[in-house]
Design a protein around this ligand. Structure first.
Ligand SMILES: [Zn+2]
Length: 239
């Protein structure tokens, strides 16, 4: 499957640096080792989640020293946080509530993130990432990754990923690279979860046009709206 190949190349190189005029650091290092005390936040969310009918935990991937993919000062960890904040603002009492696992520029281990998800038991998790392709600057588009090992009766993780991909790409009028099963455990957080979850690769920082969009507030809000609409459709299917 072509999309799988493209995606695989994007994730292949752990760390590549270009010199010359461009500063590129590509890291698909998703094994986060950081700490951070999430207990007060867990208590707060457990209290607030009662006000919502459908609870979504947003994981703004990376953070702190783990910057994620970085191209020309554009950092994955910042874009994921900004889109997460936009989603959080879309929370509506009695309806869908979005809560962020990482609320600032801190590194939190995947174990702690997974523990928080386990304690809160959201209806689903949306894990936000930005992609990079060290081999080809022309690669662009959006893909949604899912854990193949956990299935809900009725709607599989692949089905959930498909709904998310279609809604998001439609909203941003972007290019769908398709849905990808995380066969090689490149997204270790996904494999730790026992709730419906997707990792959204929102676009490529190595593609100039897409990078220019990804840094814009307006485009980030469009991404958030696309994800919101995806969550709305998924909610209808699983609730
Ligand atoms: Zn990432």
């Amino acid at each position: 499957m072509l999309t799988g190949i493209i995606f695989g190349i994007g994730c292949f190189s752990l760390m590549v640096r270009y010199s010359a005029t461009k500063s590129v650091v590509i890291t698909e290092q998703h094994e986060l080792k950081g700490e951070g005390n999430l207990e007060p936040l867990i208590d707060k969310i457990l209290e607030e989640k009662k006000n919502y009918d459908f609870v979504v935990l947003i994981n703004a991937a990376h953070g702190g020293e783990n910057q994620g993919n970085t191209v020309n000062e554009l950092r994955e960890k910042e874009i994921t946080l900004e889109v997460g904040v936009a989603l959080e603002k879309m929370s509506e009492e009695g309806e869908i509530g979005f809560f962020m696992i990482r609320q600032e520029d801190t590194d939190i281990s995947n174990e702690n993130r997974a523990n928080m998800i386990e304690r809160i038991q959201p209806h689903m998790v949306v894990d936000l990432h930005v992609n990079a392709d060290a081999m080809n600057e022309r690669t662009f588009g959006t893909s949604v990754v899912y854990n193949e090992r956990f299935y809900r009766p009725g709607l599989t993780n692949a089905g959930i990923a498909d709904i998310m991909e279609r809604n998001l790409v439609k909203e941003i009028q972007g290019k769908a690279l398709g849905i990808v099963g995380d066969k090689q455990n490149k997204y270790p957080l996904l494999s730790m979860l026992q709730v419906p979850a997707v990792s959204v690769e929102m676009g490529y920082l190595t593609n100039k046009q897409e990078a220019d969009l990804l840094k814009k507030d307006k485009y980030q809000k469009k991404i958030a709206l696309g994800i919101y609409k995806g969550v709305q459709e998924i909610r209808k299917e699983i609730q």
